[in-house]
Design a protein around this ligand. Structure first.
Ligand SMILES: Nc1ncnc2c1ncn2[C@@H]1O[C@H](COP(=O)(O)OP(=O)(O)OP(=O)(O)O)[C@@H](O)[C@H]1O
Ligand code: NI
Length: 314
């Protein structure tokens, strides 16, 4: 019998709001993430896709406990079944839970690469370990003596990953690790994350590029205007009618292999989010009842937030 894989990360009904000063002693509450749920199990790579501003980085920062000071988080985040409080996040961060940040400016420009990977430690065993990690990521030994400005974009990405995995984390959150990389290098970077998952850790991969996500991940979570509309198996993207939500189907049709057909319209900003289904203003199937709150529900081995799935949409 197959052993049940343990849940590493569980996020239930996450919301993140910002309070913003509007002037004249008025504050406005902006709901940037609304009712977002997902799990990552051992050995699994879950990709989160969504266009710019859909809440991907906020999701990552919520798990790490590094949201901006004016943000409020609600809902439940747990790690191996234990609720992640701010204190617990601080303890796990950089050790059991690591972030490969979106920005390459994360590296210290004045510190040699080797020292950055071992977080300033100078003892011989840390040095040996960092050399092994460099080798594992296809980087020469001498890379340890280089400064960030002497590295190519692809090398910097690999250094950021090396730095993250030095401590053998249980959960790796990678925030857009591929933009600006040549496609071959992007694939190589992603295959390193795949290996990390295959060795038993959980990987939450935040990525714009749906095609790459489908190639490498086990499951795909589709974010739209701060909430999730669908969770599908990567293999569901082989055929349009295996997908559950009209938005995911539109994304499918926009993929290069499927005709590149872009759909009209854009995702709403948090302050203009409609009541009910966030996708309703653009949806060809929209009906009166879509304007009420829509539940995120189990459907055909995945999840969907659409009342029409299984009915009008087959
Ligand atoms: N500090 C902040 N103050 C107010 N609103 C914010 C703040 N940070 C983010 N937001 C809001 O949250 C939304 C989601 O931001 P987030 O950075 O998570 O997007 P993203 O999906 O990571 O985008 P990208 O693909 O461009 O990195 C933004 O559209 C913005 O409205
Ligand atoms: Ni982001």
């Amino acid at each position: 019998m197959l052993e049940e894989r343990k849940k590493i990360l569980s996020i239930k009904n996450l919301s993140v709001s910002f309070s913003q000063y509007e002037g004249a002693f008025r504050w406005k509450n902006l709901l940037a993430i609304k009712d977002l749920s997902l799990d990552v199990k051992e050995g699994e790579m879950v990709a989160v896709v969504g266009s710019s501003g859909s809440g991907k980085s906020l999701l990552a920062h919520s798990v790490l406990g590094i949201l901006p000071y004016n943000a409020t988080r609600n809902g439940e985040i747990s790690f191996y079944g234990e609720t992640l409080t701010e204190k617990r996040m601080r303890e796990l961060r950089g050790k059991e839970i690591v972030l490969v940040p979106q920005s390459v400016s994360y590296l210290d420009p004045l510190m040699k690469t080797g020292l950055q990977i071992r977080k300033g430690k100078k003892d011989e065993s840390s040095r040996q370990k960092s050399l092994e990690v460099l080798k594992c990521y296809g980087l020469e030994r001498d890379t340890e003596n280089l400064y960030p400005f002497e590295l190519s974009g692809g090398m910097i990405r690999r250094i950021l990953i090396s730095t993250a995995v030095m401590e053998q984390p249980r959960l790796v959150i990678a925030d857009e690790p591929t933009p600006g990389l040549h496609i071959d290098i992007a694939r190589r970077v992603l295959s390193h994350f795949r290996e990390i998952a295959d060795e038993g850790a959980g990987v939450l991969l935040i990525i714009h590029d749906l095609e790459l996500a489908v190639e490498v991940a086990d499951r795909i979570v589709v974010l739209y205007a701060g909430t999730n509309l669908e969770e599908a198996r990567a293999s569901d993207f082989l055929e349009e009618n295996r997908l559950r939500h009209p938005y995911t189907r539109a994304l499918y049709r926009a993929m290069p292999d499927n005709g590149f057909s872009a759909e009209p319209g854009t995702q709403p900003y948090a302050e203009n989010r409609p009541d009910g289904c966030t996708y309703a203003p653009r949806c060809e199937y929209v009906q009166e009842k879509c304007l009420k709150e829509v539940e995120y529900r189990n459907f055909q081995g995945g999840m969907v937030r659409c009342i029409m799935a299984g009915g009008e949409i087959r």
